[in-house]
Write a protein that binds this ligand. Structure first.
Ligand code: ADP
Ligand code: MG
Ligand code: MG
Length: 536
């Protein structure tokens, strides 16, 4: 027993220490790093890409495009600065917002100013000149913003594609394609267990970046025919790029496992916080904040025609700052517009009536499960199942279809009761979130500025302690035995190749920037003087 305790302590210490790594030491190890030359096929493929992806969504692409703008025509600089200031104004509050407004008016809207937006023409130029302290609204600014982006998409963008900055970008893209294996990571303690293997903390050797790695046992996958599902989960994870859903950074195959490397959520899952930390249940201020982030995450999935189908506190994880994300897209499915599904999927106690009755459904089921989850965060039990109650699934189904939801816990206030009741409407057409009703407008969220929340600008009401590991001790995870009698063949290898696509662009580029590697390699100057000959 002492030995188990000691093992746990050692594992926790190593894991916590890795999170506070000295970055200058890593820098020393990276001194000899250089970027590869792009292959010519990469050049053509990348040039087919759109402005949005190249210059806005991909973090390194965005940086290099901005650097290009700063180094060229003064008009380009003005356009870039205007978009920056406009974004500040959009997200600012009170005095800062007033100040941003004043800056926009004096800098960019006065024809005699050096920074006047002189690339605007026709209607847009008129609007810009007409803006004033009294006449300053979001719709007009939006129109000028659209016009500014149209301007950048034209001549500036095509000049960028022929500049050394873009060559540099292609070098980074080439580097991004490197093969990924176990060798790229240090591995730390296990954080949880799933159906096909464990999730552990890992650290990228090159950058010191911490992630969580979900390791799916190849043999177990094959035995339970879980390969298709694993691939689906990977493809969905890499497609969604959201503050409120765990992002995928790498997907690769080791000799024994398929590995999904995702944001490290070291603040624990909400189930843990409801039942295992302090008094049961979660304080209202925190509930509202988490539910706001969850709602935004669900709306983002739905906007991509994805049903989550596994909304429950256990699948909502907190990061080190105390912000939450949805995880485990293992049950999620993409349903193209108009398509319905009637497959039974979800967790007992959270499943909507339409699933239990085996009717066809779309996005509605996630709002029902969210209603159950809010109830659970407040009352530390489910609406139709008490905590640790031993009860048959059939009985939970019966209660879900017939019983009234009771609010006996003292912490239910009127707004909370109301939003839960609206999410728990048995008829889909009456349920909040369905038929075009937007849950974000409910009074439950009156303290939340969703605009700022989405931009990650609202401070969490509670921050996890940096010296605590918010998960069960390692020996509490059940042992899993090795899978017997399964042989892997060439067909399996083909599938592993399809799964192991390596780095995922946006997250990987963010890692390069956050860790300082991007600046280090860019500081070497633009060694792209030979680029023109390379790619013409
Ligand atoms: P499964 O699909 O097999 O249920 P999950 O994706 O839910 O697997 O992961 C299993 C457990 O691992 C979770 O319940 C959670 O405790 C932990 N876990 C999963 N993803 C992360 C992450 N990104 N950061 C930290 N812990 C995680
Ligand atoms: Mg899970
Ligand atoms: Mg799963």
């Amino acid at each position: 027993d002492d030995l188990v305790g000691l093992n746990n302590l050692v594992a926790n210490t190593a894991y916590l220490k890795a999170q506070h790594i000295d970055r200058s030491e890593l820098r020393q190890q990276r001194l000899s790093l250089t970027l590869p030359r792009p292959k010519s096929s990469a050049l053509r493929a990348a040039a087919d890409n759109q402005y949005e992806s190249l210059c806005e969504q991909q973090p390194i692409g965005r940086k290099l495009f901005q650097q290009f703008l700063q180094s060229s025509n003064p008009q380009y600089v003005v356009a870039a600065e205007f978009l920056e200031e406009l974004s500040d104004w959009t997200f600012a509050e009170d005095q800062t917002k007033e100040k941003a407004k004043w800056t926009i008016l004096t800098k960019f809207c006065q024809p005699e100013s050096r920074r006047f937006l002189s690339y605007l023409t026709g209607e847009n130029a008129k609007i810009c000149k007409a803006l004033s302290n009294k006449n300053f609204d979001g719709v007009m600014l939006d129109q000028i913003k659209v016009a500014t982006r149209e301007f950048l998409k034209g001549k500036p963008f095509s000049e960028y594609l022929n500049s050394p900055f873009y060559y540099k970008f292609l070098q980074w893209k080439e580097y991004e394609k490197q093969k990924i294996s176990d060798q790229n990571f240090y591995e730390f303690r296990s954080l949880g267990k799933g159906g096909f293997g464990e999730v552990c903390a890992v650290q990228v050797k090159l950058t010191g970046q911490m992630y969580a790695c979900k390791k799916l046992d190849k043999k177990r996958l094959k035995k339970k025919s879980g390969e298709k599902l694993a691939l689906l989960e990977k493809q969905l994870l890499e497609k969604v790029n959201s503050h409120f859903i765990v992002n995928l950074a790498y997907a690769y195959a080791s000799r024994t496992h398929l590995c999904l490397v995702m944001n490290l959520m070291n603040g624990g899952d909400l189930r843990f916080h409801i039942y295992e930390v302090g008094e049961r249940g979660i304080r209202m201020e925190r509930v509202i904040y988490y539910v706001a982030q969850i709602t935004t995450g669900i709306l983002q999935l739905h906007s991509m025609d994805i049903v989550y189908r596994d909304m429950k506190p256990e699948n909502v994880l907190l990061d080190g700052r105390g912000q939450c994300r949805l995880s485990d897209l293992g049950l999620a499915v993409e349903l193209p517009k108009g398509k319905m599904i009637c497959q039974k999927a979800g967790t007992t106690g959270y499943m909507a009536p339409e699933i239990l009755k085996q009717e066809s459904y779309r996005m509605s089921v996630d709002w029902w499960s969210l209603g159950c989850s809010i109830y659970e965060m407040v009352a530390a039990r489910l609406p139709f199942k008490d905590f640790r109650e031993k009860v048959q699934n059939e009985e939970v189904t019966r209660r879900t279809l017939e019983d009234e939801c009771k609010f006996e816990h003292k912490r239910f206030d009127p707004a909370t009761k109301d939003i839960i009741s609206l999410f728990l409407k048995r008829k889909v057409e009456h349920r909040l979130g369905c038929r075009g009703s937007d849950p974000r407008n409910h009074v439950f969220f009156k303290s939340i500025n969703f605009h700022r929340l989405e931009a990650g600008l609202v401070d969490p009401p509670w921050v996890p302690k940096s010296n605590v590991v918010y998960t069960k001790d390692m020996d509490k995870f059940a042992e899993t035995s090795e899978v017997q009698g399964i042989e892997l063949n060439d067909n399996d290898e083909k599938f592993y190749m399809e799964f192991g696509t390596g780095a995922v662009a946006i997250q990987w580029q963010k890692e390069m920037i956050d860790s300082g590697v991007f600046d280090e390699l860019n500081d070497l100057g633009l060694n792209g003087y030979d680029c023109v000959t390379v790619w013409k």
